[in-house]
Design a protein around this ligand. Structure first.
Ligand code: ZN
Length: 278
């Protein structure tokens, strides 16, 4: 069955604290015409500069995905991008009054809930999906080794293996076929992971200034410091991040398998895929 492009029924505004900068930020999602894709705008800057959410506009992948150029940036776009990919929002202008998106609860549910409340509307034109037609992969040979593979397929299926030496976290595996339903039920509310030893180091670098125990799965030497939403929440969140980063290409079908990979490898794969997609 042919799928049609979608946008929001009406604009919506979300306010919240940003994870890395710790600042309060306001974001407005504005419906857009067909074939315009997802675009980000710094509405607090003169001239309100806009960039399309494409891999060539990603300027940083350390701890989050940052879009921008050498004069302005917007950090931590990946969870909103995951919600847009998962729910099937094709055309949208994201106006941000600041340099980072609000973090919500550290998952994509914060964005997904607001989008579902505003409602989606089908547009005239059909949705064109990128089909992965040939195996493509990236790997990192440093210890621990990590891999990210993209294989051909008619639907979007993502698997992830999270590896850890921490005995309470251990290794985790999760996989799913991504549909609007499975996205809402199995992925949207999975939060990011933070090890306590990392949090101090990140804060010294001026990152994670807004984080607290509610917005991440926090792991100390003795194990989890908060209650989990799923026993394999970390692996699910990694799939969420891949789903968001993949959306830099637009809607995609194929089988994605990540082993220990993160945003940096997501972007490498996306750039590699871009050369091969039809
Ligand atoms: Zn994430």
């Amino acid at each position: 069955m042919e799928e049609r492009q979608q946008t929001l029924k009406q604009s919506l505004t979300i306010q919240g604290e940003a994870l890395h900068t710790g600042k309060m930020v306001t974001m407005t999602l504005i419906p857009q015409p067909e074939d315009t894709g997802i675009r980000f705008c710094r509405s607090d800057l003169p001239g309100k500069p806009v960039l399309p959410a494409r891999p060539e506009h990603v300027v940083d992948t350390y701890r989050c995905t940052t879009i921008g150029n050498n004069t302005w940036q917007i950090k931590t776009i990946e969870h909103l991008m995951a919600a847009l990919h998962g729910l099937g929002v094709d055309n949208l202008l994201v106006e941000v009054e600041g340099e980072e998106l609000p973090m919500g609860d550290g998952s994509a549910w914060f964005f997904a809930r607001a989008i579902l409340e505003a409602g989606l509307v089908e547009q005239e034109k059909s949705r064109r999906k990128w089909k992965i037609t040939t195996p493509v992969w990236v790997e990192n040979g440093n210890s621990p080794r990590s891999y990210l593979l993209a294989l051909p397929g008619d639907q979007l299926h993502i698997s992830y293996v999270f590896t850890s030496n921490n005995s309470s976290v251990g290794n985790q595996f999760y996989q799913l076929r991504v549909t609007p339903e499975t996205f809402q039920e199995e992925l949207a509310s999975a939060r990011t992971i933070a090890f306590t030893y990392e949090i101090e180091a990140l804060r010294r670098q001026g990152l994670a200034l807004g984080g607290n125990l509610d917005v991440a799965v926090v792991v100390g030497e003795e194990g989890y410091l908060n209650d989990l939403r799923y026993p394999d929440e970390i692996a699910r969140h990694k799939i969420l991040d891949i789903l968001g980063d993949l959306y830099l290409l637009g809607p995609v079908t194929g089988k994605i398998i990540g082993i220990g990979s993160g945003h940096k490898m997501d972007l490498e794969l996306v750039l590699r895929l871009k050369e091969n997609l039809r």
